[in-house]
Design a protein around this ligand. Sequence first.
Ligand SMILES: [Fe+2]
Length: 207
Amino acid sequence: MLRRDFLFRCAALGGLRVGPSLTMADAARGFQQRIQSGTRETAWNEIGPFYKRLAPENPVMRRPGDAGLPLNVTGRIFDTRGNSVQHAKVEIWHADHHGLYDLDGYRFRATLNTDAEGKYRFESVMPGHYPDRVCQHIHYVVTAPGHKPLITQLYFATDPVFEGHPTRNYHRDPLVVSRELVRPVTLMGDPKEIVAEVGFELVLEVL
Ligand SMILES: [Fe+2]
């Protein structure tokens, strides 16, 4: 069944509704064009000087007593055709709450693998600021067979540097080349145990 016919069937069965400004035919045409046009790859960002190979495959980097706001990051890897990328390798590393990188060991460094749906997650703490950089950030290197490697960084909309307006102020850090790398932060849990949750979807270019 064509995707267009599938949409019409969903509408007929009540599983899909379109708003008053759209006809069903317009909505189906727009949806089809959006799928065919694909998605742009995630913006590239500097790798920086603190990358280390062979970080442990441990998504739980946060330990009891670690300073800083607990942070859980979830996301999914897609390609530019909109397909999820399973078994991609996601290497991440960041400074601790005090803005220090572990150069001797592997604290706050991990190698993750996406699951069958292209999803990944890790548990850590919110990185601190450090003198050579303006914004809090987490570094990413994502690799997957058949795709162009992606080097980028995740930033946080709650960073004091943005003063609550990341769209207006993201360029205060000259390395933040794209607003899309700055992600909203959701605070979860109870007042005694607050956890910041952030979603970061990434898109790889197909080779
Ligand atoms: Fe860094």
